[in-house]
Design a protein. Sequence first.
Length: 637
Amino acid sequence: MKIRLTRCLLIALACGMTLTAASTVSALSVDEIILLVKMEIPDKQIVRKIDKDGSVFRLEPSEILKLKKKGVSDTIIRYMLGTASRKKGSSSGGATVKKVEAPKKPVRELTAAEQAAEEARMKEEALRLAEEQRRREEAQRKAFAGKVLTNGQKLAARGRWVEAVQVFTKFVNDGVGGIPFAPDSDEAYIATYGIANALARAGLLQSAANKLLEVVRAGPEKLFFQAAFGQLRDLRRSINYRSTDFEALKEFSVVGKDKTFQNSFHYFVGEFLHDFGLFADALPYLEKVDTGSKDYPRAQYLLGLIAFRDSTLSTATKVRRAVNAFQNAVVAGEETKNQGMIDLSYLALARLAYEYRQYDAAIYYYRKVSKNSPKIARAFYESGWAYFLKNDISRALGIFHALHSPYFKHHFYPELWILEATIYVNTCNVDRAKAAIKRFKEDVLVLGPPLRDFLSRHVRAEQLYEGVVKSINKPQLSVMPRRLLSPVLQNVEFYNLHKAINQIAREESKIRGKLTKLGAFGQELLGKLGQLKADRIAQAGMVVSGALKQVQRDINSYQDRLDELTIDLQEKELDRLNRKIEQVEQKKRGGKLVESGGSQSIAGSDSMVWPFEGEFWKDEINSYRSSLKSQCTEDQQ
């Protein structure tokens, strides 16, 4: 106690003297401030001492209450609170403080009730002062963060994205007083959004999308939620960005947002859930999209797909709902001049009719697909099947012949020669049937051995993807016939995955070139991109495997159908020979041969695989025996 008293006397002495040299007394503590007040040192001298020693106080509410109870004035407490925002050791340069009268000593002792009331008042005042200080510090931090964001965005706009990233990462890592900002702090949130914008401006779209998703997942009440969401949606379209983390958006409510944003948000979440097969979860989001929204046509299209897949509904109900949704999509697409959506919806209506053997209706909708649509080849091919199955042989043959033309050279329809041979056998065109079978053997069956060889040498998903890419880029070095690659190249999922893989590779190259400056942040980006690329390559390899193995199964199946067709053709030839013999015998007897026709013969498959995009009609043509009637007559024999 004697030592502390001596120290306080020294402090008091220092407060009352005018010194030209720097003080050697250490920073004051809360208890020492209380002792100075008890010694009735004037507020002005205490403030000057605090300022001169560079004392920094980070007062808790309990400490403020303690100071209040010990009679420390509000002037001193406020000054102590203000020291937290200045750097340690800095001085205000002898700032003057308005002199405040020392608190008067109480005339009488307070009663217990008065004492309790005074303590409550002081406690409330202490909390108020602490809250004021917190708000001041928060305002200062936000102002500083806003300045950093502006500076970083200016750098990014000038193409100096590396410097922009450095500004934001340094801001977060330095924090306040050398203490980094917490990952869930507002300052870290602002920096993340700034980094996302810098990466996007640099063309690092996959990396930017990851950062934007972090901002969006922080919640709709945050400052940049709407802006980040809009950017994320745009990036999803351009790079087909997909993440299971999107499912977290189901927990958010956007009721308080403007209607345009609500429609955009609801469609985005519904589309994501649909793409991941969560149809029941997607339904309420897609239904919330208003008719006036630009997303309405697409939302209706997806609702049609969901309705048709709903196994809980009766056939009549799901067909009615699907038709209504697709028709709504057509009407809305016409109003918004969205021709791509119109074509998709007409194609969906055609396939729906085909599924239930309404071939005339199917053909009607197939013919509605615009001639400039990228889906026109598919619509043309599928309409040929519809004509074939409704026994309109002349139209079916016309379409099959057209599909052999150079216009469709990038498409591979291995069953066409089998279908043509089937029609020729049915119509007793034996020579043409033989020619079609010959072409099938020369054009299709010869693809079996190289396909088997390719699949045997490329087992893993990564090998399959790399093998296909090599065959496409260096066809002269590949043993894989180009026609076998058509089912892969026409696959929308493969296209999107391949596009994403190339985008990731470009980003990796760009980041490696700046890795020295980016430091740990760059290493983090490369690690995430590397994992993402490996995932996308594996997915692409699985798509390749599925497409090529389906072609292999088809070829094997067509070989079996070819054997059956050959037997039927031999029977036709034998029948023709027998009829010629019978004609000769009839003429000798002076009789007349009775015309025959209407016997059952070979026809095509009448089923398909749902959904619309992908291997729709590949049911391995389980049976060619259907309702196509033979048109053989006596004159044709």
